[in-house]
Write a protein that binds this ligand. Structure first.
Ligand SMILES: C[S@@+](CC[C@H](N)C(=O)[O-])C[C@H]1O[C@@H](n2cnc3c(N)ncnc32)[C@H](O)[C@@H]1O
Length: 355
């Protein structure tokens, strides 16, 4: 049993079952035993790999899309560039390079909870004098360009099982000294009223209140001050089912198997995020599949240019291009949601194509 599992067992024995969101928050961000707080989990030697770690093309194109949005909104001089959960800082470094080529040189603001990853970001972005923040609400009040890649999938979700006109929440309890899943009593859940129409008894749905709160904060800023935000993650609109996944050394395992030592994620339901953005005064566009987004922004031409400059790496570049865009790889599962003020043009690549 991991040290965090032992602590959770003691806590549950003393105070009763915990919600999945409470367990997920402890597993990922506990100051002593949390998965993100204690390590750099990215890359081939770690537990998983993300799009910016696959190829520089990803961050470059994200940077260009945001620089283009900034240009089309009249190039505000006091613009703030922010990233939520910047990992190793790779995406930000690649985006800053392509932004500079477009005449935009903002100071990066990094919303990061992990001291271990803040240290890695400090090395990657040393030349750009980054600022670290604990929360989006602490960002300066200014026009905002914001990136979040594989951030929202790390926010704690609550899980509910449909039971007639109500819902039973999935909980974590203790049996024979080990952590086990259980179910709470049947309750009405106002946040899930709209899901009564498209679910049946026994279906599971997930909610993520912190994600909606953060998107509302970002959207309010975009509506007031201008700018653009790109939220990129794996998920869909109106997700149903248990999407909680634990990953360790690139292999799936049970979410209660090694608390604090495996990555825990849940698919992002983009529907409530788009709703929260609209309610806060911004215009959501998409979500579009990542492959469509990157192809619209010219990833094929960029891959060809890189391969022409380094022919010995042509195979690696072609493989990265395929991995990022192909529907059987990251191209369909990952989606891109764009947010802008209602009167601004949509961010390039985020408008769904006509059927
Ligand atoms: C899956 S990694 C993605 C890293 C990076 N965006 C990439 O694409 O490589 C998730 C990131 O979000 C951070 N994170 C997770 N929960 C957070 C929270 N509540 N507040 C701030 N950062 C958080 C993690 O420490 C990590 O940097």
């Amino acid at each position: 049993m991991t040290p965090l599992a032992e602590r959770l067992v003691r806590r549950i024995a003393a105070t009763g079952p915990m919600t999945m969101a409470e367990v997920m928050a402890e597993c990922l961000l506990d100051p002593v035993h949390g998965y993100y707080t204690t390590r750099d989990p990215l890359g081939r030697a770690g537990d998983f790999i993300t799009a910016p770690e696959i190829s520089q093309m990803f961050g470059e194109l994200v940077g260009l899309a945001l620089a283009d949005a900034w240009d089309r909104q009249g190039r505000p001089g006091d613009v703030v560039l922010a990233e939520l959960g910047p990992g190793r800082g790779t995406l930000m470094a690649d985006a800053l390079r392509s932004m500079a080529a477009a005449g935009l040189r903002p100071r990066p603001h990094l919303v990061e909870a992990s001291p271990a990853l803040r240290a890695v970001q400090a090395r990657t972005l040393a030349a750009h004098d980054p600022v670290w923040l604990d929360d989006v609400a602490a960002l300066p009040d200014a026009p905002l360009l914001l990136i979040a890649n594989e951030f929202f999938d790390a926010l704690p979700v609550r899980q509910f099982l449909r039971d007639g006109p109500g819902w039973r929440e999935r909980q974590v309890g203790v049996q024979d000294g080990a952590l086990v899943f259980g179910l709470g009593g049947r309750l009405p859940v106002p946040d899930l009223e709209h899901r009564l129409a498209d679910t049946r008894d026994g279906d599971m749905v997930e909610t993520c209140a912190p994600a909606r709160t953060m998107v509302a904060e970002i959207a309010g800023r975009l509506a007031r001050r201008g700018g653009a935000a790109l939220i990129i993650d794996y998920g869909d609109v109106g997700t149903t089912g248990d999407t909680l996944q634990a990953l360790r050394a690139h292999r799936k395992e049970g979410p209660l198997e090694s608390p604090g030592e495996a990555d825990l994620t849940a698919h992002v339901d983009f529907g409530p995020l788009a709703e929260a953005a609209r309610a806060a005064g911004a215009r959501p566009e998409g979500p579009v599949p990542q492959g469509v987004f990157l192809e619209t922004l010219g990833i094929t031409a960029r891959a060809q240019a890189l391969a022409a400059r380094a022919p010995e790496q042509a195979g690696t570049i072609a493989a990265a291009h395929r991995r990022l865009t192909h529907p059987e790889e990251m191209g369909s599962l990952f989606k891109v949601l764009g947010l802008t003020p209602p009167d601004a043009p949509a961010i390039a690549g985020t408008r769904p194509m006509a059927p």
